[in-house]
Ligand binder design. Sequence first.
Ligand SMILES: Cc1cc2nc3c(=O)[nH]c(=O)nc-3n(C[C@H](O)[C@H](O)[C@H](O)COP(=O)(O)OP(=O)(O)OC[C@H]3O[C@@H](n4cnc5c(N)ncnc54)[C@H](O)[C@@H]3O)c2cc1C
Ligand code: FES
Length: 262
Amino acid sequence: MTAPFGCRAATIVARETHGAYVVLRAHDPTGPVPRAGQFYMLRTAERWGGGDGERPFLPRAFSVLRTRGRELHFLIEDVGPGTKRLCELEPGEELLLVGPLGNGFTGPRDGREPLLVGGGVGIAPLAIWQDELGAGIQVLLGFRDRAHAAGAALLSAPVVATDDGSVGHHGLVTNLLKERLGDHVEVYACGPPAMLEAVRAACVESAVPAQLALESGMACGYGACFGCVVPTVDGYVRLCLDGPVLHADRLTSALAFAGAGH
Ligand SMILES: Cc1cc2nc3c(=O)[nH]c(=O)nc-3n(C[C@H](O)[C@H](O)[C@H](O)COP(=O)(O)OP(=O)(O)OC[C@H]3O[C@@H](n4cnc5c(N)ncnc54)[C@H](O)[C@@H]3O)c2cc1C
Ligand code: FES
């Protein structure tokens, strides 16, 4: 089939289950190579929307988890109609994608050591960033329970915290972060708004630079709809164009990014 405006088709080559998450591996023979922290707008070629008036209508935004040659990997948690349909994809079926989009992570300043902090599906952009940075990078990951903590296997040698104490440290990943902050590190974080706000506040208090990969409701992904605008100290910006990675000192809160569905 001909992909609609700006889209191209990528064939699913594998679907893996990691506890509460699905990893889709898609062959994208012609697309540009993504940078860590960039994202794609995804939908399925078939059965996107169950019928007249049934959601999902719009594509959904997903960080790239990692690349392997011409394969793009995406980490997906089934939380609604779009993610449910994507999680059903079988090898041989087609994904329609637009991307890579947005601005990703940039390297640490002043020779600082990268310190990666993720929660839930927010581990996705950290995996490709860890791949790029190389071995020996400190990674702290937080999950709600054992089923979600299975996602930690997608990164190398992470320190894990769970809300219920079923795996690793019992408590918040941000407590592990606070013990490690210092003027030798730069923090890279992605996760739910409350976690990102705790990371932002701790880094500001300790004068540690931090890059936050944020989310807001995105309809187009390339600047056309203004659905993703978020407040910064410089005024409102479109997160799909200016972000999704923003430096923490551009924000007064990461809680403003708690978005709504679409
Ligand atoms: C840049 C970016 C990267 C993302 N990367 C990933 C990823 O790697 N893996 C992954 O599983 N998800 C990721 N997401 C979130 C994903 O896009 C949403 O979960 C998805 O759109 C939900 O679609 P749905 O139809 O399944 O559920 P919906 O019914 O649309 O939403 C389910 C619930 O999630 C809330 N929600 C939906 N989208 C957002 C949002 N953007 N911010 C806050 N709350 C939201 C809704 O209010 C609702 O409560 C990313 C989002 C953005 C903007
Ligand atoms: S998602 Fe449409 S302008 Fe950002």
